[in-house]
Design a protein around this ligand. Structure first.
Ligand SMILES: *[C@@H]1O[C@H](CO)[C@@H](O)[C@H](O)[C@H]1NC(C)=O
Ligand SMILES: *[C@@H]1O[C@H](CO)[C@@H](O)[C@H](O)[C@H]1NC(C)=O
Ligand SMILES: *[C@@H]1O[C@H](CO)[C@@H](O)[C@H](O)[C@H]1NC(C)=O
Length: 302
């Protein structure tokens, strides 16, 4: 079967590069908490995994690339957009799939996680919970040549989606999970390079071949960036991939409605939006990050 899904923005990311970064200080956290009341900052990672989880925070400017990706028409007729929405509640038979927080580890593979996360959620939603097929971020990372840019090691968002329609993506679970055909390999906190493309299942317990495990998308598209159009898309079809400027303070998110407060621009970051709402009058998007469930008080959501 082939399925249609969406894409929200196009960008290039550094892939799986390890660069250590000085930790932000307590002074920095205190500043955030005193300077505004929308969100609260804290230190949430365990001490010994902090450096690993922060390697994606290196101050390298990333390029925005515009690939030609169709922008879907936005039709708001007869649509009542509620004040709040959570895809996990809307599709309870897929709540475990949509709420599954991933951990990209030391690899700058957020784009692979948010895109395969959306593919996985939407396949579950469209099959009314019958198909819980977890698309493998590792398969795109290792095997999509056009998704990265040689020695710079960058990743283009739209290429992961194109790879899905042209080459298909196999199943694959978390690091060391032995789930699916190609489970995640890049989560070691000091890994230096990305894993090569092997084109067979790295899971010896998986009894389907790599070729048979490939699932193809039929189409992908961008969503009109107007707020209501994004909401309409999520309500009608499920979560979407989103891209935003990642600043240093975001790493220290604890809870509340995040809004940029202090710190340098790190790179672009990609996440999965699953809903929206408002807190104390501040409207927000509800999104799943891919920094593990130890990040933040909402266990990986923000
Ligand atoms: C927050 O910090 C900025 C920059 O230092 C400052 O201009 C602003 O007045 C501060 N706001 C509050 C409420 O402390
Ligand atoms: C990391 O921290 C956890 C929790 O404090 C601890 O159980 C574990 O042994 C630590 N691992 C290493 C390698 O230090
Ligand atoms: C990779 O990119 C080249 C040049 O844009 C294109 O001709 C080729 O079809 C792409 N290959 C895949 C597998 O997407």
């Amino acid at each position: 079967m082939r399925y249609a899904f969406c894409l929200y923005a196009l960008a290039i990311f550094p892939l799986c590069e390890v660069k250590k970064r000085q930790y932000l200080t307590k002074t920095f956290i205190d500043f955030i908490n005193k300077n505004q009341s929308s969100w609260r900052a804290g230190k949430f990672f365990l001490e010994n995994v902090t450096s690993g989880n922060f390697v994606h925070l290196h101050p390298q400017l990333v390029l925005k690339v515009v690939d030609e990706v169709r922008v879907k028409d936005c039709n708001l007729e007869d649509l009542h957009i509620p004040d709040s929405f959570d895809a996990r509640k809307e599709w309870p038979h897929c709540a475990d799939v949509i709420g599954n927080i991933k951990d990209q580890g030391s690899c700058n593979s957020c784009w692979a996680f948010s895109s395969t996360g959306v593919m996985t959620d939407r396949l579950c939603i469209q099959s009314e919970g019958d198909v819980k097929f977890q698309f493998s971020p590792q398969d795109i990372l290792s095997c999509c040549e056009n998704c990265s840019t040689g020695w710079v090691g960058g990743g283009f968002w739209s290429r992961g989606w194109r790879y899905w329609t042209e080459s298909g993506i196999v199943s694959g679970g978390d690091y060391d999970s032995y789930q699916g055909c190609v489970f995640y390999q890049e989560s070691e906190y000091y890994l230096e390079t990305k894993s090569p493309c092997i084109k067979f299942c790295n899971n010896p317990h998986y009894n389907i071949s790599y070729a048979e495990a490939k699932h193809f998308g039929s189409d992908y598209y961008q969503v009109n960036p107007a707020e209501e159009c994004i909401q309409a898309e999520i309500m009608s079809n499920g979560p979407v991939e989103a891209v935003f400027d990642l600043h240093e303070d975001f790493s220290y998110y604890k809870d509340g409605v995040y809004t940029y407060t202090i710190g340098g621009l790190v790179s672009l970051h990609s996440v999965k939006i699953v809903g929206w709402g408002a807190e104390n009058g501040n409207p927000y998007w509800l999104a799943a990050n891919s920094w593990g469930c130890m990040w933040g008080k909402l266990k990986g959501f923000f």
